[in-house]
Design a protein around this ligand. Sequence first.
Ligand SMILES: Cc1cc2c(cc1C)N(C[C@H](O)[C@H](O)[C@H](O)COP(=O)(O)OP(=O)(O)OC[C@H]1O[C@@H](n3cnc4c(N)ncnc43)[C@H](O)[C@@H]1O)c1[nH]c(=O)[nH]c(=O)c1N2
Ligand SMILES: O=C(O)C(=O)Cc1ccccc1
Ligand SMILES: [Mn+2]
Length: 520
Amino acid sequence: MRDMSMTLDLTLTSLLSNCDRLQGVNMFSQKFIRHALLLSSRGKSGIRCRFRSTQAIAEKVTDGFVEDLRSIVGKANVSTAEAVRDQHGHDESYHETTLPDAVVFAQSVEHVSKVAKLCNDNVVPLIPFGSGTGLEGGINALKGGVCLDISQMKNVIEVNAEDFDCTVESGVTRGELNSYIRDTGLNFPVDPGADASVCGMCATSASGTNAVRYGTMRENVLNMEVVLADGTVLWTAGKNKRSRKTSAGYNLTNLFVGSEGTLGIITKATIRLYGIPEATLSAVVHFPSIQEAVDTTVQVMQCGVPIARIEFLDEAAIDAFNKYSKFDMKVAPSLFLEFHGSPSSVEEQKEVVEEIAKMNNGSNFKWATNADERNRLWKARHEIVYACTALVPGSKPYSTDVCVPISNLPAVIVQTKEMLKKENLVGPIVGHVGDGNFHIFFPVDHDHPEALTKIKAMSEKMSLLAMEMHGTCTGEHGIGMGKRELLEKEVGIEGLRAMQIVKNAFDPNQILNPGKIFPV
Ligand SMILES: Cc1cc2c(cc1C)N(C[C@H](O)[C@H](O)[C@H](O)COP(=O)(O)OP(=O)(O)OC[C@H]1O[C@@H](n3cnc4c(N)ncnc43)[C@H](O)[C@@H]1O)c1[nH]c(=O)[nH]c(=O)c1N2
Ligand SMILES: O=C(O)C(=O)Cc1ccccc1
Ligand SMILES: [Mn+2]
């Protein structure tokens, strides 16, 4: 990697030689900027990073640049059509669309590397696009530029069934992978509700309903092929490596997990697989209060039951769930459970959990033993966002995503519910409560900006409460656009600065997904 002074020189050179960017700035400011840049190049100013992060991005997707993109990936794999740019300018959340100038459909890592180099040389923003299912505006092109869609790279490179691992290209989704490996008796259990790309899941450090048993992406990625901003291709744990453990230097794999497209483009991932359990049993149980449902969860976890799924839905979420997925469950705070293991272990887990739930006044246990019933239940759980969205036609999802140590979960959920009542806000609550993680769903209608202001204030309050209770503002959706202002509060100014140093070292020209993660 280049050293920092060289980086700065390059940045300054490209800034000073591209004065078209300064045209909208008045003469006095232009003079000041030039002077400041020259001073900073001589090490006399503390504003270096500032200019790098805010001024270094050019909007230079000219016809010539688009031709250069076409010469790399072929004419058919570049689009500047408005509909295509629109489709790539937003994810599934409420964040309003911001269009890239061009969309490139990469077919190989060589394409990705050459496109990155071209963008870097021309200081053009580059935004990796997995499958567009994110919930924090991660793919919005805040500064225009090139959206790099890597969803067509769909090879499963290898499956090492005997080692319980496999390597996939960036476009393979978790559903596609699980269909592909079905005959091996293995599966990849990490399951955000959507059929996201595995590499996109690495990029957001995704998890979902069964992280409580199998971990999040962080625990399940062994290695990744990554393309850096300047086109360099590397493997985070070394080429062809897939050992379960390593103490070899810095953990680059973990650095790229959760980097949200801001440090590099993940073109392949080597991930862990698990045996499909011999026996599986699902259940639903209802409670008189949220407190009793969540207390049950805490006690189940504290008893060390190796539960595969323990999901909370409050009465508002159950109501939406019933209406959308045609169930008729009791409208009450509920837990959806799943046990995996040998028949005897599943039976033992069932007995312990049933007893704990009954002690907390859980009732109306319904057991789903056959695969069709179970699949119907979990499909509907995964569609809860759409169920909630359907309550307010024309709305888009705003999700909160706090996560706290399990013993603090009952207090945080109960206080959150009280805050909702006080603010007169409607928001179904669902949670991966075994991990101490839960979401409030807020429907956002962009015709009512005042409602969005209120929702944002509530979301911030919740995040601050979670942090106070030793938790995080995002357990699994990432910072994206929505949580940028909370990052410093969570990791402290020193933590934020360390992250910025890492960002600047990997992406000196600030081309990779600009405007994400870091506060504006
Ligand atoms: C109905 C529903 C339900 C859920 C969720 C979504 C939806 C629609 N999600 C969120 C979502 O599925 C999750 O964030 C995925 O990991 C996003 O993967 P995509 O491939 O869609 O990334 P997407 O294309 O949306 O990109 C997300 C971010 O990652 C970056 N990125 C994507 N691919 C990359 C790559 N190959 N290299 C580098 N950067 C890349 C992008 O630049 C962006 O910043 C979720 N999540 C969760 O954790 N738990 C859950 O329970 C749910 N539930
Ligand atoms: O279903 C989930 O677990 C999610 O993470 C998605 C989500 C988003 C917003 C509210 C509820 C659920
Ligand atoms: Mn979730």
